[in-house]
Design a protein around this ligand. Structure first.
Ligand SMILES: [Cu+2]
Length: 188
C-alpha cells in the first residue's frame, strides 16, 4: 500500500475507498491463475497462511475456494496485537466501527467486541509473536460479493492492514466476483 493516510475521523471513508480499489485490483490485476489447489474439506481442511505485522498482511491476496473448509494459520510477526477478519466489505466496515468504539480501552487484552449481525466470515485475534489456528468453512455463496482480510485493531485498517480475497475455482482460475448490487451504468 502506498497510501499512508492516518486521519481517524475519516477512517470509514478511507476504508470504503481502499476496499473499492482493492476489489478492482483483485478482479483485474495480477496473474491469471494461481497454481491448482485442492479445496479443503471438513475431513481435510486446506491450510492457508496469513502473516500480520505493522501494518500489512502477507500474502497480498488471499485465495479461497467458495464452500471449502480451510485451516487458517494467522501468524503475528509484529509487536502489536493484530487480527484477521475475513469477510465482505460490509463486514469490514462493521468491525471497524465496532472496534473503534472501544479504541480508548486501558492497556491490556483487546476488549471483547460483539460480532456484527449476519457476519458469516471469521475473526482471529493474535498476540505479538503468536500463531492462531482456526478451522472455518467459506460460505458457498461468498463470491457473490467482494471479500477482504482486514485488521480492525483501532488505527490498523486505515494504515493499510487490508488485503483482498480472490475467489478461485479448484483449478486456480479466478472466479468472477460480483460487487455489491448496483445499477448498471448506461451502455453496458
Ligand atoms: Cu493490526
Amino acid at each position: 500500500m502506498h497510501d499512508r493516510r492516518r486521519i481517524p475521523t475519516i477512517a470509514s471513508a478511507i476504508g470504503v475507498a481502499s476496499l473499492a480499489a482493492l476489489a478492482v485490483a483483485a478482479c483485474d490485476a495480477g496473474p491469471a491463475a494461481t497454481p491448482p489447489i485442492t479445496p479443503g474439506t471438513g475431513a481435510v481442511p486446506r491450510e492457508v497462511n496469513v502473516i500480520a505485522r505493522e501494518y500489512a498482511f502477507v500474502p497480498s491476496t488471499i485465495d479461497l475456494v467458495p464452500g471449502e473448509t480451510v485451516e487458517l494459520h494467522v501468524v503475528n510477526g509484529g509487536l502489536e496485537t493484530h487480527e484477521a477478519v475475513v469477510g465482505d466489505g460490509a463486514s469490514q466496515l462493521a468491525w471497524e466501527s465496532a472496534e473503534a468504539a472501544v479504541a480508548e480501552h486501558p492497556p491490556g487484552p483487546t476488549p471483547l467486541v460483539a460480532e456484527p449481525p449476519g457476519f458469516d466470515g471469521v475473526r482471529v485475534v493474535v498476540g505479538s509473536g503468536a500463531r492462531a489456528d482456526t478451522v472455518w468453512t467459506v460460505p458457498p455463496d461468498a463470491a457473490t460479493s467482494a471479500w477482504f482480510v482486514g485488521c480492525h485493531i483501532p488505527g490498523h485498517f486505515g494504515r493499510g492492514m487490508v488485503v483482498p480475497v480472490r475467489f478461485v475455482a479448484a483449478d486456480g482460475r479466478p472466479l468472477p466476483t460480483v460487487a455489491a448490487p448496483s445499477p448498471q451504468p448506461s451502455g453496458s
